[in-house]
Design a protein around this ligand. Structure first.
Ligand SMILES: Cc1ncc(COP(=O)(O)O)c(C=O)c1O
Length: 408
């Protein structure tokens, strides 16, 4: 069934709040973080209000309830990503946290001097800087695949120019700048075929399209709760079981061990081996509620709604004189980066903000991509399923007005 944003907004406190104040509230910064529905906020609050206890250690009813809800959240996430075994979903702080864990593990236990870590110039800094650190630590080097001017990847070139020393292929499922959705199956297949591990940054993808990790068959996959209507400070790292079992954890502490002696310890089973200390219990429970909410709306329904809205927005924006869109017009998420010749993106964002329209401007934590696209920075409007065509129209008319204000 087609999604109805007017109905959807009724379960978002922030939309109720602005409906009450009467202020214009056009939130188009969803690639930075999404708004949260009642069910997510209620799930987090219920933990603090009704069954606040530590998980996996407290032998009382409250502890049991907290543990059950925490593990139910993990099971929901496994269903959401189509993972057979929930213990392959490790709770972390975020996409950034997840990628840092993998990069640290691989730097210390897998990469050798002269090995190659293959990346793309489109990566968010969180899927670049940890690999720079891993390269410095292990003696590996970084190489980058070619991208086309619209930010899509040149898949043929990756296969043709494959360096046999490549041991890791790390790339994003979708770009936070261009919105381009990349072909994880093809690229992770190439990595597997050539004996390399694939690490996918799913931060922008899980919110927008059905992600089936069984089908994608990648080695590691990372995402953040807050980009898909969940809380901040919680993320997930998925890993193939044999890899999670083979590698030892990079962080030690309580709960990740079975036995501790003075000189050494035996590590716990999955997923606890990679979850030292008290986890973000409320965040995990909130994330469980978030993915249940998304599955309730239907990920295919979300994808088709946002696809149609982004297509409409691209059409309308491309007709505005002096506007250029950085990114593909199809096979994209709702993140649309653009420039208006003669107007600085920060000026555009701040003028729009005065009209109640929230967009982002800058390099979007993707400096090498800006260079590859030949721009210093962009303005970015990013849409989600609670946005509407009317908001696109208001954005376009505010941009026309912005050009006048800036004398363009
Ligand atoms: C593609 C991509 N990767 C990684 C991240 C980092 O996410 P987080 O800050 O939640 O760790 C972001 C955030 O914008 C992103 O868009």
């Amino acid at each position: 069934m087609a999604l109805d944003p007017a109905l959807i907004r009724k379960s978002y406190p922030i939309y109720r709040h602005f409906a009450g104040t009467g202020e214009t509230f056009i939130y188009l910064d969803n690639a930075a973080t999404t708004q949260k529905p009642d069910s997510v906020i209620d799930a987090e609050l219920a933990y603090y209000r009704e069954f606040c206890a530590n998980v996996h250690r407290s032998p009382h009813k409250l502890g049991e309830e907290a543990t059950n809800c925490f593990e139910l959240a993990r099971a929901s996430i496994a269903k959401f990503l189509n993972i057979d075994d929930p213990s392959q979903a490790i709770f972390t702080s975020s996409t950034t946290g997840s990628i840092n864990i993998v990069a640290n593990i691989l730097a210390g236990q897998y990469l050798k001097p002269g090995d190659v870590i293959l990346l793309t110039p489109s990566e968010h800094h969180s899927n670049l800087v940890p690999w720079q650190m891993a390269a410095a630590r292990s003696g590996a080097t970084l190489e980058f695949i070619d991208i086309f001017p619209d930010g899509t990847f040149d898949y043929d070139q990756v296969g043709r120019n494959w360096n046999p020393r490549t041991k890791v292929l790390a790339f994003q499922h979708a770009s936070n700048v261009t919105g381009a959705i990349h072909d994880v199956e093809t690229l992770s297949g190439l990595a597997r075929h050539n004996g390399a591990l694939s690490v996918i940054d799913g931060a922008q993808a899980v919110a927008h399209l059905p992600v089936d990790l069984n089908a994608l068959d990648c080695d590691f996959y990372a995402f953040s709760g807050h980009k898909c209507v969940g809380p901040t400070g919680i993320g997930v790292l998925y890993g193939k079981r044999e890899l999670l079992e083979r590698f030892t954890p990079v962080f030690g502490g309580g709960e990740m061990i079975l036995r501790v002696q003075r000189q050494s310890s035996t590590y716990n089973a999955l997923p606890y081996k990679f979850e030292p200390g008290t986890p973000n219990i409320a965040g995990a429970i909130g994330l469980g509620a978030a993915v249940e909410y998304l599955m309730g709306l239907g990920m295919s329904e979300i994808a088709s709604y946002v696809d149609a809205l982004a297509e409409y927005a691209c059409q309308r924006l491309s007709k505005v004189d002096r506007v250029t869109i950085a990114g593909p017009l199809t096979n994209r998420t709702g993140a649309i980066s653009f420039n208006i010749n003669g107007c600085h993106p920060h000026d555009i964002a701040s003028i729009l903000d005065h009209r109640g329209i929230a967009i982002r401007a800058g390099v979007h934590c993707a400096e090498p991509l800006m260079e590859a696209l030949g721009v210093a920075s962009t303005a970015r409007a990013s849409f989600y399923f609670y946005n509407t065509r009317d908001e696109v129209d208001q954005l376009v008319s505010a941009l026309e007005n912005t050009k006048e204000i800036l004398g363009q």
